[in-house]
Design a protein around this ligand. Structure first.
Ligand code: NDP
Length: 344
């Protein structure tokens, strides 16, 4: 039996693939090009349990058909992580909504067509973006749980990159649950979603630490690199965090535990303000003294009441493991960047 991981090149997906291989699963990863497959094959030391299929654009009609035509009977678990992660676009439909929503629908349609009797579990990588209401980000009286939904619609989310990204995640997740509801008598699988907040933590492979990192880790990279936008980020960025190693673990628990069936697993380990990230970096890396922003040390918590909270006790109970702390996730992310630069 195999596990299909879509978007295997991704920041989160690489940790998922690594955890799956450590637990001796056979993994089929979808990637956009042969070059990407070759690179990953090498990075995973030609692990015989890892193979690849090309899906060059998840937005294309029937994008996953050939994968399930070929492997459908062997695939028992599908982890759909592929989705565009950016807020830096103005072509909201092409760059965000269509790949997110069509990609999710088409992987589920392919399962229905070619693997309705064999796929047992599906885990969709959704997001906290699918839970929260972007227009209420300044409301400290709200406490979100797994039951809440971003009210975004296809039309009203197309106002800026942030709204469109959050809308893409909400509409994709909603499409998945709707598909499940409409087809639960036709397909064998049970479904769960993982809804992470900002995901920090190291890249699986040190060599993938580039000048610019994936969207969430770039917040920390920007401090270490003292990028010009840090002043703006210090004023504006606050939210909730989770470490990538915990998000990966959650993907495995989601298909391994019966309690996770039918659940939205909201993975978050608490609030942060950008000042908190700045503080960890200043405290832990004296070699950066005088070279990075300092802000007002120790004041991050003062802004915690100015944005919604999260109660994800139910998800934590189901997942059943201790989450990595803010200090460790920020430390490990920054340390890997410094190591790459020869400054550790
Ligand atoms: P990455 O950008 O690192 O990974 C995204 C993956 O999706 C990559 O494999 C990418 O391929 C693939 N992909 C994107 N668009 C397409 C497309 N049109 N066709 C085929 N493949 C595509 O992001 P993350 O690992 O951070 O995110 C993974 C998932 O987690 C996403 O669903 C995201 O929404 C969700 N998430 C992430 C959070 C975060 O803070 N990072 C927070 C909450 C949810 P390629 O590498 O070739 O570009």
């Amino acid at each position: 039996m195999s596990i299909l991981v879509s978007g295997a090149t991704g920041f989160i997906a690489l940790h998922v693939v690594s955890d799956l291989l450590k637990q001796d699963y056979k993994v089929i990863g979808t990637v956009r090009s042969q070059e990407k497959a070759n690179k990953l094959r090498k990075q995973f030391d030609n692990n015989p349990n890892l193979s690849f299929e090309l899906v060059s654009d998840i937005a294309a009609p029937e994008a996953f058909d050939k994968v399930f035509k070929k492997h459908g009977k062997d695939i028992k678990v599908v982890l759909h992580t592929a989705s565009p992660v950016t807020v830096e676009t103005t072509n909201y439909e092409k760059d965000l909504l269509l790949p997110a929503v069509n990609g999710t629908k088409s992987i589920l349609e392919s399962i229905k067509k070619y693997a309705a009797d064999s796929v047992e579990r599906v885990v969709i990588t959704s997001s906290y973006a699918s839970v929260m209401n972007v227009s209420k980000e300044g409301d400290g009286s709200i406490v979100y749980t797994e039951k809440d939904w971003n009210p975004a619609t296809w039309e009203n989310c197309q106002i800026d990159g942030l709204n469109a990204y959050c809308g893409s995640k909400k509409l994709a997740e909603k499409a998945a649950w709707d598909f499940f509801e409409e087809n639960k008598n036709v397909v064998k699988f049970k479904m769960s979603t993982i809804n992470p907040t900002y995901v920090f933590g190291p890249q699986l492979f040190d060599e993938d630490v580039n000048d610019k990192l994936n969207a969430s880790c770039e917040l920390i990279n920007s401090i270490v690199k003292n990028n010009p936008q840090v002043e703006y980020l210090l004023e504006n960025v606050k939210g909730h965090f989770v470490d990538v190693r915990d998000v990966a673990k959650a993907h495995l628990v989601a298909f391994q535990k019966d309690e996770a069936v039918g659940r939205r697993l909201l993975t978050s380990n608490g609030r942060f303000a950008y000042q908190d990230l700045v503080d960890v970096i200043n405290e832990d890396f004296p070699q950066l003294k005088g070279k990075v922003i300092v802000g007002k040390p120790g004041t991050g918590k003062q802004s915690y009441g100015t944005f919604p909270g999260i109660n994800n006790n139910r998800s934590k109970e189901i997942l059943g493991f201790e989450f990595i702390s803010l200090h460790k996730t920020v430390h490990d992310t920054a340390a890997q960047v410094l190591k790459k630069e020869g400054k550790l």
